[in-house]
Design a protein around this ligand. Sequence first.
Ligand code: PLP
Length: 438
Amino acid sequence: TRQESLLVSRMSRSLELRESARETLAGGVASSWQDTVPGAIWIEYGQAQRIRDVDGNDYVDMHGGFGVGLAGHAHPAVVEALTGRARLGTHFGQPTEDLIAVSRLLRERFGLPVWRFGNSGTEATMDAVHLMRVATGRKKIIKVEGSYHGHHDSVQVSTYSADGDIGPDDAPRSVAFGPAYPSEVVELTLVVPFGDLEAVRRVLEAHAGQVAGMIIEPIMMNIGMITADEGYHAELKALLHSHGAYLAYDEVKTGLAVAPGGATELYGVTPDIVCLAKALGGGVPCGAIGATAELMELVADNTYQQVGTFNGNPLTMAAVRAVLTEVLTPAAYAHLDAMRAHMADGVTELMARYEIPGYVASAGAKGSVIFTDRLRNYRDFLRYADQWGHAHWLYQINGGIFLPPWGKTEQFTLSVQHTMDDARRFVANFETLCRAVR
Ligand code: PLP
């Protein structure tokens, strides 16, 4: 309570703006997850790794705009690409040459030969689901319980369900995310716990010949951060293929962030489809799917018309090209790894010293402090309380670091413009929390 009061005492202008915004903006925010406890923090500007809010507070930004922020704010290469393109016109509904360069760069990183673009992670995962359905003539898909893949009907299933009845561990129930999602669609999405091959096998056998494919975050985000056991991904791909079903990786959060070629590179397993968004655009809206030549032939021949007014928007493509060539370089990845390792090691040591239950999960630019000994899947996640996560968020923000505000669900994101001092500050803030708890 003291930490919350301290924060609120610094955010009077933000709270005022939220109240006045409520008149014309539903809930006083632009997207339902922009509101936080104790209220949305309104931003004046961002520069490098820092943001300034409308009350004049400066924070080191490790929220990264929901994991977008690998480039940091106003990165000179991104600014130059955007302003250069803006002077030449920003939208034509016709292709520009950056598309070729970008798709080649993505092919190199992810090993998938053919690409298409969109404007968000939601569009990318929607295209992936459509493409798997078109390729197989089957309607059902499998998704992991607790995974968030965006807000289209097929995947708003068993994500932070309010409903309560998630079914038994060995027969999970598909739960709509709310009244917006019709049961007829929700029933086509079959759910399995993360990391459980036997569960996938059971579903494929029970729905033999009906499953188009599976969409999965290869490293699960949005409920903290969970990695799979050695061998899981290769076996999953083989299992799905043996049932004539496809594998789509949702790398909206992991792509570019955990390695240059995302979790696809990290695990050495190339899926049939990979979905990208977030960090790819360096701060402008973007989405992309890469797929096998066989699948993309169905797009090329218009069996699946993958369309969108803003697809391949020149401004976006200019930014993406700069991100892939000038921002996320090999040296940048080494810098991200060094900072993240310092944070993970520092917090791990403090948790042991102060006997705080849990551990740190991390890879590349991303990490999450998990305040429980065992987090394997959504069911483990639902079982543990969020006081630690929320307290951690408060101690970090009051110590000058802005993390994603939902305690146990989220991850930090580092940018190439963060410094070792920022990493040290994160560990120091964590120690302040440990001392307060003691
Ligand atoms: N997939 C994952 C793993 C995500 O974390 C998100 C957003 O948080 C999405 C898809 C949806 O992306 P967008 O919000 O750009 O539609």
